[in-house]
Design a protein around this ligand. Structure first.
Ligand SMILES: [Zn+2]
Length: 396
């Protein structure tokens, strides 16, 4: 589970975010003067120049900022909460005009609560670190949405329908404050390449790559068995002892989380996670990022059960741990899938101490919620006598 390198080089450690300045910049309203004092002091951005990671690219005459990131493509900063743990280099800034932004390759935006679609209009759920709840800011055009780095490939990960957004973030959109988000591009501007139409929702995802491995179906419902019929443990053991004796390294994909790949031995843990509402989101996010979950020998992960590698989008589970009860394995997968989900949302950070702590806290919070769910589902904790009616799992 530990994923962070706690020995942080001085160069990185010194690049922590000056929160007050950041909060100030990101909360600038549209009444800001076209050329702020900050803007006057920074040079123009240039494609020929090379900028350190964390460089702030300011769109002139707007409050909009992009931050250069490790993948090379700068990422739009949606709010301060999303930048928790991101190393922002306020000593390295440049000003760009719209023409520059249109040409620039953009990475996934840094968003804390994403964008929410209320009918046709799309709103940024801008949630500052010093605010108890987000404010909904109307995004002026689909071109602006695209200039924030949202495209056909990542749209469903960042733009949520009202119900899904409310469920995920726990706010009622009708009670949140609203406003207008500063325009990025004037009407009629065409981003390049042209903005793709938002994919229909709900609908099967046509853009999903064709499966490369055998497809696993979801469990028949969210309360039944996750256990594979061929696994002898299913009919023999109570739920908290049950483990997958079918230890196969063969890879499979999941019909319900397109793009997610795992070894066959992890199927039961993934089916169990799918029965948990938050687990569904984690698995879908993992699929959208193309996460692959494999097991590795204990020598490779001598001190942890599992790890997430953001460069490879890979979760590795120690084989020493893969024969433990399914509910425990699902707990570990939930932790690592949260890292993958945060990575997708631009929140995964292991380069700074603060970012690493935040990342781990979020993953452990997921585990805590999962454990509460599993406990409420079976009513009794795993260390007490089982409910006889629920002791045997049967099999799918
Ligand atoms: Zn972790």
């Amino acid at each position: 589970m530990p994923s962070c390198a706690f020995r942080v080089p001085n160069r990185v450690r010194s690049a922590r975010v000056p929160w007050m300045l950041l909060a100030f910049l990101l909360t600038l309203s549209q009444v800001v003067a076209p050329a702020s004092v900050l803007a006057q002091s920074a040079p123009r951005c240039a494609f020929e120049a090379s900028y350190p990671i964390g460089t702030v690219l300011e769109l002139e005459a707007t409050p909009h900022l992009w931050i250069s990131a490790s993948g090379g493509a700068p990422r739009w900063a949606g709010d301060t909460r999303a930048l928790a743990g991101v190393a922002v280099r306020w000593d390295s800034r440049c000003i760009m005009d719209l023409a520059f932004l249109l040409r620039m390759t953009k990475g996934d935006p840094y968003l804390s609560a994403g964008l929410v679609k209320l009918g046709e209009p799309i709103y940024l759920a801008k949630w500052e670190t010093n605010e108890a709840e987000p404010i909904l800011l109307h995004v002026q055009s689909i071109t602006d949405v695209e200039l924030f780095g949202i495209n056909v490939g990542n749209y469903t990960g960042f733009v949520l329908e009202r119900d899904e957004w409310q469920r995920r973030f726990g706010f009622n959109t009708d009670t949140l404050r609203r406003g207008q988000l500063a325009q990025v591009a004037p009407p009629g501007t065409r981003a390049s390449p042209p903005p793709g139409p938002p994919p229909p929702r709900p609908a099967p995802v046509p853009a999903a790559p064709a499966p490369r491995y055998p497809l696993v179906d979801p469990p028949t419902d969210d309360v039944g068995s996750w256990c594979l019929r061929a696994n002898p443990s299913c009919s023999r053991d109570p739920w908290w002892v049950e483990w997958n004796e079918l230890q196969s390294s063969e890879l499979v994909e999941y019909r319900f989380a397109p793009g997610l790949v795992s070894e066959r031995r992890l199927i039961e843990a993934i089916l169990l996670l799918w029965q948990w509402p938050e687990g569904k989101d984690l698995l879908r996010d993992g699929g959208a990022s193309g996460v692959i979950i494999i097991t590795v020998s204990a020598d490779i992960l001598p001190e942890s059960f599992a790890s997430y590698n953001s460069a490879l989008k890979r979760i590795r589970v120690s084989r020493r741990f893969s024969e433990t009860p399914t509910w425990m394995l699902a707990d570990v997968l939930a932790h690592e899938l949260k890292h993958a989900s945060d990575d997708r949302g631009g929140l995964y950070e292991t380069l700074t101490f603060a970012g690493c702590i935040t990342t781990e806290q979020r993953a452990y919070a997921v585990e805590a919620r999962y454990l509460r769910w599993i406990q409420s589902r079976f009513r009794r904790p795993p260390d007490s006598q089982p409910d006889r009616n629920q002791a045997q799992l049967g099999g799918l």
